[in-house]
Design a protein around this ligand. Structure first.
Ligand SMILES: C[S@@+](CC[C@H](N)C(=O)[O-])C[C@H]1O[C@@H](n2cnc3c(N)ncnc32)[C@H](O)[C@@H]1O
Ligand code: SF4
Length: 387
């Protein structure tokens, strides 16, 4: 059972003035902050993968092989991650997010890296199944200023067990969610706690989802709700159906916000609740092998950290083009999958670049060198060497 903890509605009152007050600390980038960052060519967020290992088996897991199959590639070390954090800090980052190519908490360098982010004055944001959280790690994350995105797809323990294919998970994650709220992760504005809900056939129960939605609003828990990203195990032919279904849910949650919580905003795909992703304008994602993309879900390949610095990649021609237009919640790559592309995996992550090359009759050396390094894993390439 989800327990009621907050007794104030200050977060809702603040949200009427500024909707970002309801988002999670560390990813609460406002339109104004994005515009400022653009003016100053500032990167605000570094997104980085930890280990690809995971003890759960979500049937919808969006990890594609290019994100976790090693195939001769060299994994990032803890030292590499610390170095990237310093590079990102120098470019202006205030957040370091760990979306996970597996379960971030089981990476051997997890705590060292979290502490490093904290010591450098940035906010660590982690996506986790919660399976490895306990009282001690909850305290530690709280003290490190972390924001947590916890997987929580249903109030039914059986449904949650079925989704991850591990018995006992559903009951466990619910105790963890209640503990996080009691610990005080929801006391700040913006909150430091979010739940991640992927709406799929297994949990498509509008009454249950609405119940969770309302609980989140009352208790200052940010909710990150969308239908499946059609990637990895979830990459099936039902894409258009997902789009229509996403619209229906987003409309439904908007009605709850307007009628019951007095919140107004323009609802847009793909996220529910007025959340507008601005990742592409402010961030870079580095995968487990040092490849750099604009975003971790269906991202566009931009370069490689073994060949160029983050600064060189951030300032490369194609990277600048990708972040030129204001994203305002629109998910270009997801839209492409819904609407047109037949490509899969890594080919999809290069598709738009190839069109850009033709249209502009130009090449991006940074991207091409990174690509060459990716495809010729054992050759040493650095920025001073030509292809
Ligand atoms: C790949 S997981 C890694 C972190 C952690 N193991 C977890 O599951 O929370 C990162 C996030 O992506 C979400 N996710 C996984 N597959 C997805 C899909 N097909 N569509 C949308 N989100 C997905 C997960 O729920 C999680 O919030
Ligand atoms: S979504 Fe997360 S918990 Fe589920 S299998 Fe993928 S990495 Fe593991």
């Amino acid at each position: 059972m989800l327990e009621e903890v907050l007794t104030t509605d200050l977060h809702l009152r603040e949200a009427k003035k500024k909707i970002e007050s309801l988002w999670a600390n560390g990813i609460d980038f406002s339109k104004q902050e994005v515009e400022e960052a653009k003016k100053n060519n500032r990167l605000l967020l570094l997104d980085m993968d930890f280990t690809s290992e995971c003890q759960l088996h979500c049937y919808y897991c969006d990890r594609t092989p290019d994100r976790f199959q090693q195939e001769g590639r060299t994994k990032l070390t803890t030292e590499d991650r610390k170095n990237l954090i310093l590079q990102a800090k120098a470019l202006g980052a205030r957040t370091v997010e760990f979306p996970g190519s597996g379960e971030p908490m089981i990476d051997e360098g997890f705590w060292e890296v979290m502490e490093f982010v904290y010591e450098n004055g940035m906010t660590p944001v982690i996506f986790t199944s919660g399976w490895h959280l306990d009282d001690a790690s909850i305290d530690r994350l709280y003290n490190l200023g972390a924001t947590i995105f916890l997987k929580y797809n249903s109030t039914s323990h059986e449904v949650n067990d079925k989704i991850v294919k591990v018995k006992g998970y559903g009951a466990y994650v619910e105790t963890i969610l209640n503990k996080l709220v009691k610990k005080g992760f929801t006391e700040s504005i913006p909150t430091r706690l979010a739940i991640d809900i992927v709406i799929a056939p297994q949990n498509e129960d509008i009454d249950d989802l609405s119940h969770i939605y309302r609980w989140c609003r009352r208790n200052n828990v940010h909710h990150y709700i969308s239908t499946l990203i059609p990637e990895g195990l979830a990459d099936r032919k039902s894409k258009l159906y997902e789009k229509n279904r996403a619209k229906k849910f987003i409309e439904h949650f908007y009605q709850i916000d307007r009628e019951e919580f007095g919140l107004d905003y323009t609802p847009s795909l793909p996220m529910a609740g007025g959340y507008k992703c601005r990742q592409v304008n402010v961030g870079l994602f580095v995968n487990l092998y040092g490849e750099v993309y604009d975003c971790n879900g269906l991202g566009r390949f931009l370069g490689h950290i073994r060949v160029n610095t983050l600064e060189e990649i951030w300032n490369a021609k194609y990277a600048k083009h990708v972040r030129e237009e204001e994203q305002e919640g629109h998910c270009e790559v997801r839209s492409r999958v819904w609407d047109e592309t037949e490509l899969k995996g890594f080919d999809r992550k290069l598709e738009e670049y190839k069109e850009w090359e033709i249209k502009n009759n130009a090449v991006d050396e940074v991207l091409l060198k990174g690509l060459y390094h990716r495809e010729n894993k054992n050759e040493l390439v650095n920025s001073s060497q030509d292809k």
